[in-house]
Structure formats: structure tokens, C-alpha cells
Design a protein around this ligand. Structure first.
Ligand SMILES: Nc1ncnc2c1ncn2[C@@H]1O[C@H](COP(=O)(O)OP(=O)(O)OP(=O)(O)O)[C@@H](O)[C@H]1O
Ligand SMILES: [Mg+2]
Length: 270
């Protein structure tokens, strides 16, 4: 192999950027539902799922695909101060910058939106909405009631809290797109596409079904976990390449290193 394991491990660094987007059957399906939901008379669209299932990635891709021909704005990290949030909404809609000391009054913003009814439809993509306060979510809801602004929001699903059961999410007219971990087949395709895109097809071909099954048994097909596992795997490969190259074969994938990575990540005990 001419390329280094250092380069290979970096293929699996977590990155939310549409340039690294991998299309799988599941992601393509979710994307098409998301895309068509924007053409429906919905006020809110919810992307919902456990951490690491690709919500931010999908939002990022949607933004880059649509920004050329739609009024669409992307808040990739939550704006937690209400003052800043309202200001950002107004600035995005009006194209005007508001002086730092000035506030945007919420009622005035609602009126501004209502005046644009049937003239414009502005989409806001809000990532990480579980971090917004109840009060701010209520304002987001009221803004969406004008039907001039539409929100696509992502929410992190936790084991002990059913966020969509909360009052402000219950009554909205919206589409709920639930994101989940990849099955074994999709996880393999994910790894394959990432490795091939960066020129590591030879190494990929050394990996067998049993290896993917083993990886999936630990990561459950969660994208973030899968990245972490593969990064660690190639980090150990890199160590051997630099320090004990005789111990690694170029012709056979090392089950031993796969296990070492699982130990390092605490998936199994040594
Ligand atoms: N479709 C995809 N193509 C390529 N990489 C992806 C894809 N989906 C997820 N990933 C990878 O998995 C990582 C985690 O995905 P992402 O950040 O989108 O998860 P999330 O659901 O937003 O998680 P959280 O709830 O913690 O915000 C990303 O950094 C990216 O590297
Ligand atoms: Mg996210």
C-alpha cells in the first residue's frame, strides 16, 4: 500500500460537511422525505434521532443543495440568547444588519412576517434544538404559525426523555423524520464509499464480511461510533507501520488489530 495509515485514519475523522456526505439507501430515503416536506404546507419539519445518526449531516447537505434556488438559512449551532436569535432571524429575512445595541421586538417580527404572507416563504434550518429553551421554542412555534417562515429542526433523542412529547411539539403540523443507525449492510457500504473515495480500495478489499459483522456488533452502525472505531483501528495500524512493520501484513486484514481497537475503546475487555 502506497498511502499511509495516517491518511487512512483521517478518512474517519468526524466531520459535518456535505463534501463528505455518503449516500446510502437509508440516508437517500430520509433525504427525499425531507426534500419533499419542504414543498408541503407544513410549518415545522423535525429530524429526530439518537446522537451520531447523521442529523446534522443531512441538514448540512440540504442547505448546500437548496441555497441556490430557495430562501434558506442554516443555523448550525444554536443561538441560545433570545435577543440574538430574533436578531438573526430578522437579519436573515431582511438582509439588513442590526446595530449591536438594538433589539428586535418579537411582536414586531411577527407583524413583519405576516406582511410577507403569500409573498415569501423562508426556510430556517435549526440544528441541536434540544438546547433551546421552552420559551424560545414557543416563539419559534409562533413564527411558524405565520406560514411565512418554516423551520426544519433537529432534536437529539435520549433514552430517558421523550422530547417530542413536550407540549410545544405536540400540536404542530409537521413531518417527523426519524434517523437511525445503519444496518450491517449499509454500514459496510458507508465504510466502502469513504475508503474508495480517498483511494483506499486495496485495503478495503482485504476486509471480509466477518470483520464488518464484528464492527457492527460494537458500533451498532452508529456513524459516529463507526468513525471512532475505524479511526482507532487505523491509528493502531499506523503505530505498527512505524514501529514494528514486520507485524502487519499487506495481504491480510488483521483481526487482532480489530480486537485491539475494540479493547482500546472499551467495547471488550482485554
Ligand atoms: N450520510 C453521511 N455521510 C457521511 N458521513 C456521515 C453521514 N452521516 C453521518 N456521518 C458521519 O457521522 C458523524 C456524526 O453524524 P452527525 O453529526 O450528523 O450526527 P447527529 O445525528 O447530528 O448527532 P448529534 O445528535 O450528536 O448532533 C458526522 O461527523 C459524519 O462524519
Ligand atoms: Mg448533530
Amino acid at each position: 500500500m502506497n498511502k499511509s495509515y495516517e491518511e487512512l485514519k483521517n478518512v474517519f475523522v468526524d466531520m459535518v460537511d456535505q463534501s463528505a456526505y455518503v449516500e446510502l439507501e437509508s440516508t437517500a430515503y430520509n433525504y427525499s422525505v425531507l426534500e419533499s416536506s419542504l414543498d408541503k404546507p407544513l410549518k415545522m419539519v423535525l429530524l429526530y434521532g439518537k446522537p451520531g445518526t447523521g442529523k446534522s449531516m443531512l441538514l448540512n447537505k440540504l442547505y448546500h443543495d437548496m441555497k441556490a434556488y430557495r430562501e434558506i438559512h442554516y443555523f448550525n449551532s444554536p443561538i441560545l440568547s433570545e435577543k440574538e436569535f430574533l436578531k438573526s432571524i430578522y437579519e436573515a429575512m431582511s438582509g439588513q444588519e442590526i446595530p449591536t445595541q438594538m433589539r428586535v421586538n418579537f411582536d414586531a417580527l411577527l407583524k413583519y412576517c405576516l406582511k410577507l404572507k403569500d409573498k415569501r416563504e423562508v426556510v430556517f434550518l435549526l440544528d441541536e434544538c434540544q438546547l433551546y429553551s421552552e420559551a424560545l421554542m414557543e416563539k419559534i412555534r409562533l413564527l411558524s404559525d405565520t406560514r411565512v417562515v418554516k423551520f426544519v429542526i433537529t432534536l437529539h433523542k435520549t433514552d430517558n426523555e421523550d422530547v417530542i412529547a413536550k407540549e410545544h411539539f405536540k400540536t404542530r403540523i409537521w413531518e417527523v423524520i426519524e434517523m437511525s443507525n445503519a444496518n450491517e449492510y449499509d454500514m459496510e457500504i458507508y465504510i466502502q464509499k469513504k475508503m474508495i473515495a480517498e483511494g483506499f480500495i486495496d485495503f478495503f478489499n482485504l476486509m471480509k464480511k466477518k470483520h464488518f459483522r464484528y464492527i457492527h456488533s460494537h458500533t451498532k452502525g452508529n456513524f459516529r461510533e463507526t468513525n471512532k472505531y475505524l479511526y482507532t483501528l487505523f491509528d493502531i495500524y499506523e503505530y505498527y507501520e512505524k514501529n514494528e512493520p514486520a507485524k502487519i501484513s499487506k495481504k491480510k486484514f488483521s483481526t487482532k488489530i480489530l480486537e485491539m481497537a475494540a479493547i482500546r475503546l472499551g467495547y471488550i475487555n482485554a
